[in-house]
Design a protein around this ligand. Structure first.
Ligand SMILES: CC/C=C\C/C=C\C/C=C\C/C=C\C/C=C\C/C=C\CCCCC(=O)SCCNC(=O)CCNC(=O)[C@H](O)C(C)(C)COP(=O)(O)OP(=O)(O)OC[C@H]1O[C@@H](n2cnc3c(N)ncnc32)[C@H](O)[C@@H]1OP(=O)(O)O
Ligand SMILES: Cc1cc2nc3c(=O)[nH]c(=O)nc-3n(C[C@H](O)[C@H](O)[C@H](O)COP(=O)(O)OP(=O)(O)OC[C@H]3O[C@@H](n4cnc5c(N)ncnc54)[C@H](O)[C@@H]3O)c2cc1C
Length: 673
């Protein structure tokens, strides 16, 4: 997609003239190569240039119902084009995934408040791809790919989202009729939240407690038709609708769903993992948690989403900070660009570094997921718990950081940041939603902490540890002595590792002490705050460790000028991290006041260097104007023109006197009270 052709603001142009590395080279890294960037630009342009989308219409001013209807209309325009492009590209599965990946942000520009089909193209399709036997794949996948049926993933209920073992929807098998009967025995058993469920889809993967031969066999996935294929009316026994207005995701069409004696054929239980014989005999899977597989995949995907949201928010905040002038630093000088205020750099530069490090982590975790899935396909499930713990931990740490950083970016834009046209509100709403969906973040951290405590016990007993937690051995080996701090990047990593291990030890000790008077479960609950802190620190260890490894590789493969920028980014991430976690570090590391002052000075030096590269890096994220969709963050930096133009489009400004004046205001003013 070409940049905006209007004249670039002179302050922004002056900044770009000073960039001392090749921005395109950075972009090629961010998207995985020049070919991928070309593909991305082509796909973006292919969709966004379509006049039928009517992107001129600002949907934020529409009613709830109109927003949904427009989102459905636009999505259909997109998906029709998607299939056309897919055929043109050759029609392979890889082509499809390629388009889907590139569509992720394009779709955000088309439907800023969410996509009413996202669950069909993610959790629904992925569950059918990964949890079915061959016959089921043959039956369902063509219909899903052709969109002859549309589906969602219905797991969460009114009463339970986190503790899925206690979901209440029942699926009772009758070997005589070879059918399951689905029921929602209580109000709290109603499905609640599934995206696209309210009025869009006609099928769902329903997670329900399987009853057979008089026994409950735990939650299992079923594919269930909800609406008639012709009329779209709910089928008999199905009570379904939209859950109403939310903080965000307004056009995702999250829904509710109740069942009353709904019959589902035998072949509709997904049978790759657990199996039910036709006579009703249940055969356990190798690992009961295999049914949680789709959640793991999405958690892995959520890291790159967090990186991209931060990249988008920092692009807006930085471009604005390079054209906005306010408050002279020296009283007699002209007002500087607000980026010259060091506090502004402190708000934005670490965020840019996070986007880069999270992207490194997303690449690492995607590869790890692939390799562990391949092992799983050969029957080796040994590394599933490690992947589960890591994906939970990073999903939580990255989306928490994401929401925090996006909010700081909004604040860094002052009053204008509060305008919808600044483009930060939808990013923030999506960030904060991600803190809850696919596992509430505290709960995710506690899952990771379980793995840490297990590993800590293993380390104490001289057992073996997976690579990512080997630092626990160092802590145990120090035998109560503190890690000595050294001010290098690896020194910072060791300090964060010592803090994570130390906090794990505190949590472990807390549990051990409490176990004397309580059950292990109660003792673990009492240690909860320490456990979440330990898991969070562990997440930062992983990010820094992977950041160091990946960025060292990158530096070896890029030009020296870009290499210096990456080195600067890595140090920014590391120093910002240790300064933010200094309380935890002090507890477990021999670090002096002078060391801390040195780190603070180092941060200032890093800011100074990054000051000239920052605009190149955010331009290198390569968000085109329609995707940035921001009056403050457009490529040309003409923020004041953009702001007034956006304000003029307010529906209230389409007439010079609003009817409320004659109806209410004037009579009120004339009434003398
Ligand atoms: C046509 C289209 C074609 C193609 C499409 C192609 C490409 C698309 C690709 C990608 C799409 C990408 C992105 C889409 C992005 C976004 C999607 C948009 C919106 C998403 C909407 C969000 C949807 C949801 O929210 S769905 C609901 C999610 N719900 C949750 O997350 C619930 C959270 N709770 C839990 O996960 C579990 O309850 C729990 C893990 C917390 C606890 O489980 P349980 O009670 O059973 O366990 P415990 O008894 O406590 O035991 C814990 C032990 O179990 C181990 N464990 C748990 N889970 C796993 C696992 N998954 N694997 C391995 N082991 C696991 C754990 O380790 C403990 O072990 P221990 O030894 O006992 O300690
Ligand atoms: C925007 C959005 C989209 C969603 N899309 C879908 C979807 O498509 N399909 C679907 O099935 N679901 C979906 N969900 C549901 C989502 O997955 C759940 O809301 C989420 O897993 C949290 O569960 P909960 O709502 O039951 O929260 P709760 O578990 O009730 O959490 C409430 C509080 O209790 C705390 N808590 C709960 N358990 C523990 C514990 N063991 N230890 C410590 N603290 C605990 C939590 O930390 C939290 O502070 C969506 C949710 C949202 C917000």
């Amino acid at each position: 997609m070409s940049k905006n052709l209007s004249i670039v603001n002179k302050d922004l142009k002056e900044e770009r003239d000073k960039i001392n590395f090749n921005v395109e080279e950075f972009t090629n890294w961010f998207y995985g190569g020049a070919e991928k960037v070309k593909e991305k630009k082509y796909i973006e342009n292919y969709f966004l240039s379509d006049k039928d989308l009517n992107l001129e219409l600002d949907t934020s001013y529409l009613s709830y119902k109109d927003k949904y209807e427009e989102a459905v209309r636009r999505s259909i325009v997109v998906y029709k084009k998607l299939y056309k492009l897919h055929n043109e590209m050759g029609g392979t599965h890889e082509d499809f995934v390629k388009i889907m990946e590139n569509l992720r942000f394009t779709m955000g520009a088309i439907n800023p408040e969410g996509n009413p089909f996202v669950l069909h193209f993610s959790m629904f399709a992925l569950t059918i791809m990964n949890m079915t036997n061959d016959e089921q794949k043959a039956e369902w996948l063509p219909r899903i790919f052709n969109c002859n049926i549309l589906g969602t993933y219905a797991q969460t209920e009114l009463g339970h989202g986190t503790y899925i073992q206690r979901l209440e929807t029942t699926a009772t098998y009758d070997p005589k009729t070879k059918e399951f009967t689905l029921n929602s025995p209580t109000l709290t058993s109603y499905k609640w939240w599934p995206g696209n469920l309210g009025h869009t889809v006609d099928h769902a993967i329903v997670m329900a407690q399987l009853y057979s031969q008089g026994k409950c066999h735990g939650i299992q996935p079923f594919i269930v038709q909800l609406r008639d294929s012709e009329t779209h009316k709910p089928l008999p026994g199905i009570d379904i609708g939209d859950i109403g207005n939310k903080v965000g995701f307004q056009t995702v069409n999250n829904g509710f769903l109740g069942f009353k004696n709904v019959k589902v054929p035998y072949k509709n239980m997904l049978m790759k993992n657990s199996k039910l014989l036709e006579d009703g005999t249940f055969i356990k899977p190798k690992n009961a948690k295999l049914n949680y597989g789709t959640m793991v995949i999405i958690r892995v995907h959520m890291i790159i989403d967090a990186a991209c949201r931060i990249a988008k928010a920092t692009t807006i905040a930085l471009r604005y900070s390079l054209v906005r002038r306010q408050s002279p630093i020296n009283p007699n000088e002209i007002e500087p660009k607000i980026i010259e205020h060091i506090t502004q750099q402190n708000k934005i530069f670490p965020g840019i570094a996070k986007a880069v490090v999270f992207k490194c982590m997303a690449d690492y975790l995607t590869k790890l997921h692939l390799s562990i899935t391949q092992e799983g396909n050969t029957g080796n499930l040994a590394r599933m718990p490690e992947l589960h713990a890591l994906s939970c931990c990073l999903k939580a740490v990255c989306t928490n950081e994401d929401a925090k950083t996006v909010e700081v970016c909004r604040l860094s834009c002052g009053g204008h940041g509060f305008l919808r046209s600044a483009g930060l509100d939808d990013v923030y709403r999506n960030s904060t939603a991600a803190q809850t969906y696919e596992g509430e973040n505290t709960v995710m951290l506690l899952q990771a902490a379980r793995f840490l405590i297990k590993s800590f016990n293993e380390a104490r007993n001289g057992g073996s540890l997976t690579e990512g937690v080997k630092y626990l051995f160092d802590f145990i080996g120090r035998n109560g002595k503190r890690e000595i701090f050294d001010n290098s990047i690896n020194g910072i990593l060791r300090a964060i590792q010592a803090a994570a291990a130390g906090r794990t030890y505190i949590a472990w000790k807390h549990i051990e002490d409490d176990k004397r008077h309580n059950s292990i479960e109660v003792a673990t609950n009492l240690a909860g705050v320490h456990l979440t802190k330990a898991a969070e620190l562990h997440g930062y260890v992983c990010l820094l460790q992977v950041g160091i490894e990946e960025i060292e590789k990158i530096i070896r493969n890029v030009s020296p000028a870009l290499g210096l920028v990456f080195k600067n980014i890595l140090e920014l991430f590391a120093v910002d991290l240790i300064l933010n976690k200094i309380g935890d570090v002090i507890q477990h590391v021999d670090i002096s006041n002078e060391d801390i002052e040195k780190l603070e000075k180092q941060m200032e030096t890093l800011f100074k260097f990054f000051r000239t590269s920052a605009i190149g890096v955010v331009d290198g994220f390569d968000f085109s104007d329609p995707i940035i969709d921001s009056t403050l963050g457009s490529y040309d930096g003409n923020v004041y023109e953009n702001l007034i133009n956006a304000a003029r489009k307010s529906p209230l400004n389409q007439e010079d006197v609003n009817r409320t004046f004659h109806l209410y205001i004037k009579p009120f003013m004339k009434s003398n009270l």
